[in-house]
Design a protein around this ligand. Structure first.
Ligand code: LLP
Length: 420
């Protein structure tokens, strides 16, 4: 459930008309609903409370805005980070260090050092060589790194290939049959204390079966590790639960369905569980609002050209996925249009031959379900400045990331002396 709805014929975020925000900040802009973020956080935390006292760490990559992270920290969520930048964001949002886990397949020495200096809860290690490097970094600093080994359980998540992470051929994690040896090595290395295992098999999952298969393998592994005499205090079950993008499709499993499955599979494990949801929390809490610049008819189809483009929201271009697109002030009737951005690429397309209420030039549209993997994946291709992010709370709103100016965009470039 989200808080983007028509009121008096016009789409609002909570109590604020999207057109009022557009009048103030211009278009395009991302708009997030605080009530939706809080609601999603509570639903997920309440559902997972049934499996003991888990640490639910928001996957910062889904939406790293510091204001968003502050809201989630206030609700009691930790943070799953994959770079020093994400860690700095989480810390500055007020996420306690002991609720931060550092994942990622290629941590640099500098990132390891920063994580150890900040004394975060744990680093999820993804290879033999990374573990040995972390041991050297931690030993040099005279500290102990608390480590979980990320397992590649070789499970097909049944989602898009580009966002599957738990198959043998993917770059992520340590193959299941090498984890026990690595755990043993971790227990003997200076500067390392193994505390658990982790897995994350993919994103936007609509089926609990692959998750259950992966968790079952983790449970058996944790038991073997314990029988071998190693401590296993925590198991990190990752994120990945899907959310509805296309209102015409059946709904994904709910957080309660997911928690029931987790409860069944992990009964008797006797350790702390961790989760890393991203999309589930932020996805439906945000929209991208754009203006129709031009309507044009090609030889084969009609195009609606927006002032937002693939550089602002890349998911349709990158994955070919569906985002619902709605007129902010819908008129009666229907038109079919291919909805594109102004970037000079044919792939700069949000929707192909989409049936939508009639649009006119100057109208506002909302690209729905853009709160996760939206602004965070934006770039400046075609020298288009990064668009602002706005947070709505009841009847008020604030810009939580300002629009990049052309001076800021161009001002990073330097012309070397020899060019005159
Ligand atoms: N934990 C780890 C280690 C991850 O790599 C990810 C996502 C998550 C948690 C959170 O997954 P979620 O709950 O959000 O599904 N850009 C793509 C999604 C990439 C996800 C990458 N990893 C998209 O727009 O669909």
């Amino acid at each position: 459930m989200d808080h983007f709805a028509l009121k008096g014929g016009e789409m609002h975020a909570e109590e604020v008309a999207l057109s009022a925000i557009a009048a103030r900040v211009g278009t395009p802009f991302y708009c997030y609903s605080e009530a939706t973020l809080r609601r999603h956080a509570r639903v997920v935390l309440d559902s997972l409370a049934s499996v003991g006292d888990p640490l639910v760490a928001f996957a910062v990559k889904a939406n790293p805005n510091v204001a968003v992270l502050r809201i989630l920290a206030q609700e009691g969520m930790g943070a799953d980070v994959v770079s020093e930048g994400e860690m700095v964001r989480a810390l500055s949002a007020g996420v306690p260090a002991n609720r931060i886990v550092f994942s990622g397949v290629g941590k640099t020495d500098a990132e390891m050092k920063a994580a150890l200096e900040a004394a975060i809860l744990q680093l999820n290690v993804e290879s033999e060589s990374e573990l040995r490097r972390l041991s050297r970094v931690a030993s040099d600093m005279g500290v102990t790194a608390h480590v979980a080994i990320r397992v590649n359980p070789d499970v097909d998540a049944g989602t898009l290939a580009k966002i599957s992470t738990g198959k043998a051929e993917n770059k992520f994690g340590v193959p299941l049959d090498r984890v026990e040896a690595l755990y043993a090595e971790a227990a003997s290395l200076p500067g390392i204390r193994p505390v658990g295992i982790a897995a994350h098999i993919g994103s936007q999952l609509f089926d609990l079966a692959p998750l259950e298969a992966a968790y079952t393998k983790l449970g058996a592994l944790a038991q073997r590790l314990r029988q071998a005499g190693y401590p296993v205090e925590r198991v990190d079950l990752g994120g990945g639960l899907g959310i509805p993008y296309d209102p015409k499709l059946p709904l994904p499993p709910s957080p309660a369905d997911y928690a029931a499955m987790v409860g069944r599979v992990t009964a008797g494990w006797g350790l702390q569980l961790m989760f890393e949801p991203g999309r589930l929390i932020a996805g439906n809490a945000g929209v991208l609002v754009a203006k129709v610049i031009t309507l044009k008819s090609g030889a084969a189809r009609r195009f609606a050209v927006l002032d937002a483009a693939m550089n602002d929201l890349i998911r349709p271009t990158l994955y070919g996925v569906y985002h619902d697109i709605r007129a902010v002030r819908p008129e009666a009737g229907e038109m079919v249009a291919t909805i594109v951005g102004p970037v000079c690429e044919t792939g700069d397309m949000f929707a192909e031959d989409r049936s939508i209420t009639p649009l006119a030039e100057g109208d506002l549209v909302a690209l729905m379900t853009a709160g996760a993997y939206g602004a965070t994946m934006a770039g400046t291709y075609n020298s288009r400045p990064l668009v602002p992010e706005v947070l709505v709370s009841g009847d008020r709103f604030a810009v939580i990331r300002k629009r990049q100016t052309l001076e800021e965009l161009v001002g990073l470039d330097r012309v070397p002396d020899w060019l005159g």
